[in-house]
Design a protein around this ligand. Structure first.
Ligand code: BGC
Length: 395
């Protein structure tokens, strides 16, 4: 069977600044990587030079182009663009423009994320997103980015996965600023959504660009037909979806969906320890994305799948995963009429996987860390290339 996507459906790959650029020494992650906070199981490795994308961007964008992608998701690093409060670094801005210009010369549409997990040290010192003025700082930065980069793209996401960032940093204490405080979690969450809402209003007042947010939505299913499990699954699912999106829904031109994980409710337990799973231990289930996409229909907004992929160093599962997840998306698009605009695979390339350092491999391309960061295409690169070029999946 052939699943033919519409001509205007966008296929792409995604990346983020701190995970690939290298030498992002002026942000909260770098600080934590180099000054391991006491008692933290923080990365065994430092991000260091990462993939040196900052210098090798041409070779990497060539790979995106070779894949036959329509769209490239990248992010800009706040700590490079605004290294000190209120001071914008023209050299860094110029360098990002060169990267975007190069992508444009390869006929790639850019999906630009303005904030992907890291914050400048100066903002961290002020309390980061727990600071009640966070939205003023963020909006100032976001407006500057749109002013500078709108020449290269009209598609901007303010913040990547606010709910993941704040829960990891303020509730579970696993990411900077390593807090475990319910009240501060609540404050930071409230402020980060305000950051989006304020930035949206200020930018839209001046420029006609498209602005969205990127949210990570887990799928929660009942493991049997039991009334209780179905009730709980539905309750938690709605909480996960609406918790993030209700706070920003009035200020969105599109939704960016990052989809990875499925959890099942069994009795009163919730777990993702099911088969098959990837190297993160994440249960892989294809129906889930269709279910989530259908739930998002309610917002009546275009949806970009901004991240989806698996950790699979030996590339055993990636092609199979890609095939069936895309069929599920195809069904949501064609049978359920969900307004999905595109699919951005995570990731183009193995990268700095936050608390896991370089251990988990999400890339279509691997990086030989002992051989001058040599890029090596995995087998699934050719598989995804065929999909991007033909816009179809064959079962
Ligand atoms: C993040 C990425 C990360 C991926 C895989 C997403 O939640 O946005 O930065 O690499 O998950 O863990």
């Amino acid at each position: 069977m052939i699943y033919k996507f519409p001509k205007n459906f966008l296929f792409g790959v995604g990346t983020s600044s701190h995970q690939i650029e290298g030498n992002n020494f002026n942000n909260d992650w770098w600080f934590a990587e180099t000054n391991k906070p006491k008692g933290q199981k923080f990365p065994s490795e430092k991000s260091g030079i990462a993939n040196d994308f900052w210098n090798r961007y041409k070779a990497d964008i060539d790979l995106v182009s070779e894949l036959g992608c329509d769209i490239f998701r990248m992010s800009v690093e706040w700590s490079r663009i605004e290294p000190r409060e209120g001071y914008f670094d023209n050299e860094a801005i110029f360098h990002y423009k060169k990267i975007m210009e190069y992508a444009r010369s390869k006929k790639l549409k850019i999906f630009l994320t303005l904030h992907h997990f890291t914050i400048p040290i100066w903002f961290e010192i002020k309390g980061g997103f727990a600071n009640s003025k966070a939205s003023d700082y963020f909006s100032n930065y976001a407006l500057k980015c749109v002013e500078e980069f709108r020449e290269y793209t009209t598609l901007f996401a303010t913040i990547n996965e606010p709910e993941v960032l704040i829960s990891s940093g303020y509730l579970h204490g696993e990411w900077p600023p390593f807090e475990k405080n319910l009240l501060r979690t609540y404050l930071a969450l409230k402020n980060i959504f305000k950051c989006h809402n304020n930035a949206y209003k200020i930018i839209k007042n001046k420029y006609s660009v498209k602005i969205g947010i990127v949210t990570n939505i887990l799928c929660i299913q009942a493991s049997s037909n039991s009334f209780l499990e179905k009730f709980l699954a539905n309750l938690f699912q709605n909480l996960v979806i609406f918790n993030s999106l209700n706070s920003v829904k009035k200020n969105l031109d599109f939704i960016g969906l990052n989809f990875y994980q499925t959890f099942k409710i069994s009795g009163l337990n919730i777990s993702n320890k099911y088969e098959p799973h990837d190297e993160m231990g994440w249960y892989l289930n294809f129906d889930s994305i269709r279910i989530i996409l259908n739930k998002l229909k309610k917002f009546k907004l275009p949806i970009y799948i901004t991240e989806n992929g698996i950790a699979d160093e030996s590339d055993k599962l990636r092609e199979w995963y890609l095939k069936y997840i895309l069929i599920s998306i195809y069904e949501a698009l064609t049978l359920d009429k969900v307004n999905v605009k595109g699919y951005i695979h995570w990731s183009l390339i193995d990268n700095f996987e936050w608390q896991y350092g370089y251990e988990k491999k999400f890339g279509l391309v691997s990086v030989s860390r002992n051989h001058n960061l040599k890029r090596i295409k995995r087998k699934s690169f050719a598989y995804y290339q065929l999909i991007c070029k033909t816009k179809q999946v064959i079962e």
